[in-house]
Design a protein around this ligand. Structure first.
Ligand code: APR
Length: 178
């Protein structure tokens, strides 16, 4: 388990993995944050394909090509907007990870990078989100998944430290760097 989950600090658009996950919105037509960065790096072909997907419900995931990105695939998922914790946010965020990993498995993807879904514009508390993310990834990999590598790509040192500490707490890992 330890060597299948990595924490990295930096820009998800330059990660050399089979698939990167986009923290999108329900329209799937681009936006700011990591969504904007991925669309800028992928180029116009990504938006053209997204237009044909007819949006994405919160907690669900849809897959497209990666176009100009190093990654061959982009898995778009829509996280919950934080509203205080009583609107099923934890469960919806967990579904983002479950459904993204299931979609990766279905497409024979072996390496996948996640941003910290919902922790930017959608204001989900980052440590709480990281615990959900790592728990869901651990459970998925323990069920005999063929996925070989999951990278949590953190934007900034604070996010990196939080995710590294959560991985250590839940996976019982040593010092993990990607
Ligand atoms: N690489 C990795 N992580 C990034 C990058 C990047 N290039 N840019 C931003 N992030 C981080 C943010 O710091 C945050 O921790 O991704 C996390 C998610 O933040 P957002 O991108 O704001 O996504 P989210 O909180 O899920 O809100 C989604 O924002 O961009 C719009 O269209 C998007 O409406 C949707 C909403």
């Amino acid at each position: 388990m330890l060597n299948r989950i990595a924490v990295a600090e930096g820009d998800i658009t330059i990660q050399h993995v089979d698939a990167i996950v986009n923290a999108a919105n329900n329209a799937l037509l681009g936006g700011g944050g990591v969504d904007g960065a991925i669309h800028r790096a992928a180029g116009p072909g990504l938006l053209a394909e997204c237009r044909r997907l007819n949006g994405c419900a919160t907690g669900q995931a849809k897959i497209t090509s990666g176009y100009n990105l190093p990654a061959q695939w982009v898995i778009h998922t829509v996280g919950p907007i934080w509203q205080g914790g009583n609107q099923d946010e934890d469960n919806l965020l967990a579904q983002c990870y479950q459904n993204s990993l299931a979609l990766a498995e279905q497409n024979d993807i072996k390496s996948i990078a996640f941003p910290s879904i919902s922790t930017g514009v959608y204001s989900f508390p980052m440590e709480r989100a990281a615990k959900i993310a790592v728990t869901e990834i651990k459970q998925f990999l323990e069920k005999g998944s063929q996925i070989e590598r999951v990278v949590l790509v953190c934007f900034g040192q604070r996010a990196y430290n939080i995710h590294k500490a959560v991985v250590k707490e839940i996976i019982g890992a040593g010092d993990i760097t990607s």
